[in-house]
Design a protein around this ligand. Sequence first.
Ligand code: GLC
Length: 651
Amino acid sequence: MYDHSLHQQIEQIVREENLDTAGNDSPFHTRLIANAAVIRELYGSLYGHHPSGDAQFGQLIRTMIRAHKQRPAGLRTRDDAKMDIGHWFLSNRITGMSLYVDRFAGDLRAMKGKLDYLDELGVNFLHLMPIFESPEGESDGGYAVSDFRKVDPRFGSLEDLQSLQEEMMSRDMYLMLDIVLNHTSHHHEWARKAKSGNKDYQDYYYMFPDRTLPDAYDRHMPEIFPESSPGSFTYDKDCGQWVMTVFHSYQWDLNYTNPGVLVDMLDNIFFYANLGVDILRIDAPAFIWKQLGTSCQNLPEAHAILRLIKQCVVVATPGMALLGEAIVAPKEIMKYFGTGNFTARECDFAYNATHMALQWDTLATGDIRVMMAAQHEILQKPYGTSWITYTRCHDDIGLGYEDYMIQQAGYEPFAHRTYIKDYYSGNHPGSPASGALFSVNPKTNDARISGSLASLCGLEKALLSGDQKDIALSIRKIILMQAHSFFLGGIPMLFYGDEAATTNDYTYLDDPGKSYDNRWMHRPVIDWQRMDKRKTKDTEVQRIFSATQDLIRIRKSLDLLADYKNLLWMPVHNIHVAGYVRTFENERLFCVFNFCAEEAFLTWYAFKQFGQLPVKMWDHWRKKEVTMGPDHEYLVIEPYGFYLLQPMNGK
Ligand code: GLC
């Protein structure tokens, strides 16, 4: 709604900041005025009654104006091109990889030299795991940031990052970096000032003189790292206060009830945007608002902050999309796409964490029914938003789906989850997997799972035993898992090393800065000599690498795989076979996957339920024609095999 006094306030700031509203800055100015009311409303809902609310609102507008003014010309051109396309990020032509620069390449300079390798694979979107300054030994893999604007010297310099980004842009590649919004390292300048007694900066964190409030908070807050960092508060000797530390004791939670924190962090967000970030990964957004008496996760104010950030980004740096890393219950994940008037106006992306975990569930049981019971929730994703789909990432696998989904499949939730955890940690008799339990909470019996894709799929054990049949089977599982997530809709995000069947790396146990956190077992240091085996036929590296290449190629070649909210699940005819159809106009692609160790039979009727079909279908995976039979005959799918079938119209 138009608000005259707000308009005047903004025009005043615009004049003070010398914007050329009749010239170059005109499109920005239009966006600013058009979005001002909604920005003011969101801001007011959070800080309307805060003593410095008004002053900080002016600061927020200035922050946007300055971000726009500092935006390099090349990025403005790219913004325009992206806005012309519309939802550019829904494309089937983007394939991502998430990697640690040091463990993958060495440093940012050497990273440039690896772009050809990524090109060979088909990857054109990179998530560089945190590279900003973070104290060694207390770093949480870079997620404890002590300076949001200084590249940690172990990776190189800001210039190296800029130069890499320019090279990537010239190759039409996309970049993702993290903003660690929820907390800073206790070595961050703000934290250091707070430790030394500066009240303004103590207000940047949650600090309490005694245990009264921390105890009250703790009663409702689940523990994130119960083994290595129990509770959600840490006593700081320097200032004699209890500080909120939801994650590790060295990660201090920022206090977003203070508008100054929001404005400063928004400024950091724009700094990243102007480095050329295409998709910004907002780390742990579920945690950014705390309210006594609640779990302090997924609160409405956390969503209001994200919506506010989104509207500000749309105004100042419109080419940058947002990914909310909300690894929470299925229903809650969906809310990060926005609800009500803000549907599709919050995060552009979320991780499809529910589906990721369910794929692992399905692989362990060979039964797709729990996975199916969750789909009605996952399908609620609004048009214009998308998933990051993945099988593994740098974090653990949490079995975050709901109990009712397990019950609907006919299992008892506690026993079922115990089985899945035992299976992947290798504790279940005969389990081929070699993973480990992560963050076991003896009070609740909760645990998550660590381990690389290859090791969880049985390759580590199979290679040790040398059993060729087991090796072949685990390779099939790896490819099945990747394929199933690749075609589901959304940007597939490979985790580095998985494209080459890299098994667990146990060297983290010798490093005291890492040994307390077994997620490091699946964060390998890449051995490039081993990677060369991708050129030697029939090595496990070559088999996985070329299969991954094929999957990427197929996805890029089929525009119906862009994420137009165009996925339908096939009714279940065989509990071992998951099938979905991707559709666009008259085109269809049937993707069917056998999750069990035996051959599976799928009635041809399963396809015909989707209407009249030609008898011939093209299997993009085997690159050959398949002829459909009558309803009482079957498509036979080999153990852990899959088909990607496109009806051949006119045949
Ligand atoms: C995110 C990161 C995880 C980190 C946590 C705390 O979940 O993915 O690695 O430990 O945030 O920053």
